[in-house]
Design a protein around this ligand. Structure first.
Ligand SMILES: [Zn+2]
Length: 240
């Protein structure tokens, strides 16, 4: 089922364009996500100066993820659903590296088998962040279960969806409550963007450029550990 989903008409048009104009493939996924897309035709990326420094810095690791703050950020969602959905185990005993470990989501997941529960849910969306309206940047937005359910309600509602509708933007912000963090999602119509948030809508060309770099449906933003890796984590958990 998942394989048949696409980013819609726009994406199909796009792949035709892509065939006609071969481009140098990016070296790594990280190098594409979180970067600023240049839309000048045939424009080479200038790798010097302050702009290049910012671009390069923002292409590294954790910066590929959207950082939701207490101030509302305007985003444009690129797909009509999450390209990757997973649960992860949280292993506090891991000192070297990420404490969050992707669950295999099969009965033979080594962490599940020793009774650990994969408690953290992530639904991953490619979004264009307009946090800095002059410099739109593509990010991976890892939404938790509550926001993901709201997004699903909108996506499946013929009047409010789909998420990647041309005239649809969102704002997201978080609020620290006593015991948890609460996220607030709001829909914004393109026509209200400027008046309400001082943000100009994305042009068609730049949007197409971002779409061309979006993750494939089913791409894994967080790779699962292999058996050896998992067994090491299990050892830490059992010994810890
Ligand atoms: Zn598991």
């Amino acid at each position: 089922m998942a394989e048949t989903r696409t980013y819609g008409r726009r994406r199909q048009l796009l792949s035709k364009t892509a065939e006609a104009t071969p481009a140098t493939p990016p070296a790594t996924r990280e190098a594409v996500s979180g970067r600023v897309v240049s839309t000048s035709s045939g424009g080479s990326t200038q790798m010097a100066g302050w702009d290049a420094m910012d671009r390069t810095a923002s292409a590294s690791g954790s910066d590929m993820y959207l950082k939701v703050t207490e101030e509302a950020i305007v985003i444009k969602v690129l797909g009509d659903g999450p390209f990757d959905v997973y649960n992860s185990h949280w292993v506090d005993e891991i000192e070297d590296g990420s404490k969050s470990v992707r669950c295999w989501a099969t009965p033979d997941c080594p962490l599940c088998r020793v009774g650990d529960k994969a408690k953290r849910f992530s639904a991953c969306f490619d979004v264009v962040s307009l946090e800095d309206p002059d410099t739109p940047v593509m990010k991976v937005w890892e939404a938790g279960i509550k926001v993901a359910r709201q997004l699903k309600d909108i996506a499946t509602d013929a009047k409010r969806g789909p998420l990647n509708r041309d005239d649809l933007y969102f704002t997201i912000r978080k609020e620290q409550k006593k015991k948890s963090v609460e996220y607030t999602l709001e829909r914004v119509k393109e026509r209200d963007l400027y008046e309400e948030y001082d943000v100009e809508p994305l042009g068609e060309e730049i949007l197409r450029a971002f779409l061309a770099e979006a993750h494939e449906w089913g791409a894994q933003v967080k790779e699962p550990l292999d058996e050896d890796g998992m067994n090491e984590v299990v050892d830490l958990l059992v010994e810890g």
